[in-house]
Design a protein around this ligand. Structure first.
Ligand code: ADP
Length: 516
């Protein structure tokens, strides 16, 4: 059962992904937002430009009305001056309506005459206004129908133009497609509206509204030019935004691939450093060197002893020469012993106790697990690591400690290859011992260790694996001893036939003395 104080190491694989994924998300969102904002600015600028052009065109047209009226007033037709009943007379300037299609009719009131009775009241008020202001005035404004009268008080005759706004719009110079443009253009006055261009309203969940308001540049016709446009979600540059996200995602993936390559390279270098490959090579060289160095003295011992045997068998035995031959054999045997001694010194570990330093056992475990990530993934094993809280630092030589943990884990992984993937479990526990040390327990759920194999596990060249060297545990034990630690097969290791079969190894390390 897992004690309550145990906690689990989070998966390093997922943890490594989080910052770079966040970075990608930030870059992708920032780029996409920038594209969206740029498009909104572009649409706003186009809207403002179109609205100003519309305002200028409409102003030019209505100013034209003022100019026509001023011309009419200046060029008072002679006929008009003498006409006593102009309101009943036909329009004095019938050609004006054919030249300017927006002018439906021209009315004239001479000094003694009256406006047509139906319009008398409105036109008279506008005429009085015009007389006061000195410029034309609007009368009978019917914006929904797009019609109004423009009255200019003049002497001797006053004039009125009946204007149709629908034909005032210069369609050929219009900056937008009137039927399809999303911009709505209206002329407004006193709560009434004349729709110049219907536009399109976006009912999307999100939309941004642009508005333009400006009075026509003609004091006589104070109509408000209003342009409105709403930009909906579908007008955002989705393809560009998605493209940017895809591009950054591709770059992120490429970056991840490069990083993975770098980690794999580092891992390979690290494995080499741990001596996995190098040790096997060295072992081969060592064996060849040993054979070569020992061959000569052993052959000499053999020939000297055989010679002594022969000399002693002679009748009478040649004792002197036999003694010399035996002395030579002793000399060669000593030489062989020196060679063996030299080789042993060569392979003996240096005194690691002197190189032991305080270090965090959990960090060493974490490093080795990281190194073995591909091996673990390949075998479908997720290691369960439990670490006691406030675990003190241990005294160990970093490389030797890594090598021991690495060997123990590799043995566990190799052992578990013999059981189905679903049954593979690997537990690592880091906890203080009752004797004031720190223990690392490596427990696997492989086939376990047969009782007859238990006592030979740490012997050199003991192996049950085909292709195994039987040196791993020997090396681990000597490394542990060299730095004042201890490696044992846990007595808790169950019998291979037990339900909770598997092997448990315990590495016990000294606690580092508290710092100054
Ligand atoms: P090798 O791995 O080359 O065989 P080792 O010294 O590492 O050499 O291991 C010696 C033997 O101990 C192995 O052949 C195996 O029989 C046994 N052994 C070691 N670790 C385990 C384990 N976790 N489960 C079962 N048997 C193991």
């Amino acid at each position: 059962m897992t004690p309550a104080w145990h906690r689990r190491l989070p998966s390093t694989r997922t943890l490594h992904l989080v910052p770079s994924l966040l970075l990608w998300a930030v870059v992708a969102c920032a780029g996409a937002s920038w594209l969206a904002v740029a498009r909104l600015q572009q649409l706003h600028a186009a809207f403002e430009t179109d609205a100003r052009i519309v305002h200028r065109l409409l102003s030019q047209r209505v100013v034209q009305h003022d100019a026509i009226m001023a011309t009419l007033a200046l060029l008072q037709p002679a006929a008009a001056m003498g006409d006593h009943n102009p309101s009943t007379a036909p329009s004095p300037l019938p050609r004006l309506t054919s030249v300017y299609p927006q002018i439906l009719a021209v009315l004239q009131r001479s000094a003694q005459g009256e406006w047509p009775p139906a319009l008398q009241a409105e036109l008279s008020v506008a005429e009085a206004t015009s007389r006061r202001s000195g410029h034309a005035a609007v009368a009978g404004l019917n914006l929904p129908a797009g019609r109004y009268y423009l009255v200019l008080a003049a002497t001797p005759a006053s004039y009125s133009l009946h204007i149709d706004l629908r034909t005032t719009i210069p369609a050929d110079e219009w900056p937008m497609d009137m039927a399809t443009s999303p911009v709505r253009v209206t002329l407004e006055h006193g709560g009434e509206t004349f729709v110049v261009q219907p536009g399109r309203t976006d009912n999307a969940a999100w939309s941004r509204a642009y508005e333009f308001h400006k009075l026509l540049a003609a004091a006589s016709q104070p109509l408000d030019v209003v342009a409105r446009r709403s930009v909906g979600l579908r007008e955002l540059p989705w393809w560009g935004m998605l493209g940017w996200c895809a591009l950054t995602a591709a770059l992120w993936l490429a970056g991840r691939a490069l990083q993975r390559q770098r980690i794999a390279r580092q891992r390979a270098e690290e494995l080499l450093r741990l001596g996995q490959v190098a040790r096997l090579n060295t072992l081969g060289e060592l064996a060849a060197g040993m054979a070569h160095e020992l061959n000569q003295p052993l052959t000499a011992v053999l020939s000297s002893t055989q010679a002594a045997q022969r000399l002693l068998a002679d009748d009478p035995p040649d004792l002197d020469t036999a003694q010399t031959a035996m002395a030579r054999a002793v000399e060669q045997a000593r030489r062989a012993a020196t060679v063996v001694g030299r080789l042993r010194r060569l392979v003996e570990r240096p005194d690691l106790a002197g190189q032991a330093q305080p270090l965090a056992l959990s960090a060493a475990v974490h490093d080795v697990l990281h190194l073995l990530e591909p091996e673990l993934a390949q075998r479908g094993i997720t290691p369960q690591v439990t670490i006691a809280p406030d675990l003190p630092a241990v005294l160990a030589e970093p490389v030797a400690l890594q090598q021991i943990i690495h060997n123990l884990l590799m043995n566990a992984l190799q052992a578990m290859e013999q059981v189905p993937t679903a049954e593979r479990q690997l537990h690592l526990a880091l906890a203080p011992t009752s004797a004031g040390q720190v223990a690392l327990t490596v427990r696997d759920h492989g086939p376990g260790i047969a009782p007859e194999a238990r006592e030979h596990l740490f012997e050199p060249f003991f192996t049950t694996r085909t292709g195994g060297l039987g040196l791993g545990l020997t090396l681990c034990e000597s490394l542990a001893q060299a730095m004042g630690a201890q490696l044992i097969l846990s007595p808790a290791t169950p019998h291979p036939t037990a339900a909770d079969r598997g092997a448990e190894f315990v590495l016990t390390l000294a606690v580092a003395p508290a710092g100054p």
